[in-house]
Design a protein around this ligand. Structure first.
Ligand code: ATP
Length: 271
């Protein structure tokens, strides 16, 4: 269970080709690929490369995917941690977990650290939900200390993801910390089609399947929703013993997902 702290210290097998749409976000992080491939070329010239990048955007828009793709493109190991785990799993040892993670990443530099759900730990200090909030502050302070402690030559890039940039402690956003901001948006129709195409690569599609039409009929769907849609359609087809996934399966899957989200909305308490 505890292994989840350094979930993956391998080079991810995804690249920017796996991230459909999100052209702006890809362009912004792609500048870091060249640096990670050969950091010495930059440090020799005294160039200071940003250490902290904040990925902002609604759930399921591909923040984690983009971070992994950056590591995959650059061919560097990926150390990931979900900030909510600090609160739920590493009670009492959050700060030392952070220290350990950064140590590992430095040993294997060039490398990437990915902190998911940064807002769960990086909310403005002093406004926690009570209990356990010292713990949270200590962990947050340790992240800040680690970000400040990078020597110029240490080729570790820290990416953090949040869908609540508004609640983040301003200390996290200061120069030298998460001072680069990259926004990921919900996909438009064209990008939804591109995402469907990426995830349909391995799916035998029936002749009546029109991914363009499907994209037009799924406004508001995130990348994660679209991936889910393809999977649901494939499950329906498999259950019917069909050899291919046809438009009927997609329509049925979409209705099921839409109904599910309406239900979820209906029972979700206000924050
Ligand atoms: P969360 O905020 O919920 O952690 P996230 O923004 O990190 O979400 P991911 O976990 O990267 O989103 O997305 C979930 C899955 O959805 C990805 O693994 C990928 O399969 C799919 N996905 C999301 N966006 C895209 C995209 N632009 N192109 C292709 N697949 C995508």
């Amino acid at each position: 269970f505890l292994q989840t702290s350094a979930r993956e210290a391998k080079v991810p097998d995804v690249t920017f080709a796996d991230v459909a749409g999100q052209e702006n976000a890809k362009r912004e992080v792609s500048e870091l690929v060249d640096y990670l491939r050969d950091p010495a070329r930059y440090t020799r010239l005294g160039a200071e490369v940003p250490h902290g990048v904040l990925l902002m955007g609604p759930p399921g828009t591909g923040k984690t995917l983009l971070a992994r793709a950056l590591a995959g493109e650059a061919g560097v190991p990926f150390y990931s941690i979900s900030a909510s785990e600090f609160i739920e799993v590493f009670v009492g040892v959050g700060a030392s977990r952070v220290r350990h993670l950064f140590e590992e990443a430095k040993v294997h530099a060039p490398s990437i650290i990915f902190i998911d759900e940064l807002d769960s730990i990086g909310r403005t200090r002093g406004t926690g939900l009570g209990g356990g909030h010292d713990e949270r502050e200590q962990t947050l302070n340790q992240i800040l200390a680690e970000m400040d402690g990078f020597a110029g030559h240490e080729a570790v890039i820290v990416l953090a993801a949040t869908n609540r940039p508004d609640v983040l402690d301003p200390a996290l956003l200061r120069p030298g910390r998460f001072d680069r901001h990259v926004t990921l948006d919900l996909p438009d129709r064209q990008d939804r089609e591109a995402i469907l195409r990426v995830h349909a690569r391995k799916v035998p599609l029936g002749p009546d399947v029109d991914l363009g039409k499907l994209a037009a009929g799924t406004p508001g769907f995130s990348g994660a929703d679209l991936k889910n849609l393809i999977n649901e359609a494939a499950m329906l087809a498999a259950r019917e013993q069909s050899a291919q996934v046809s438009m009927r399966h997609f329509d049925e899957a979409r209705d099921k997902l839409l109904l599910g989200s309406v239900r979820a909305l209906a029972i979700q308490p206000e924050e």
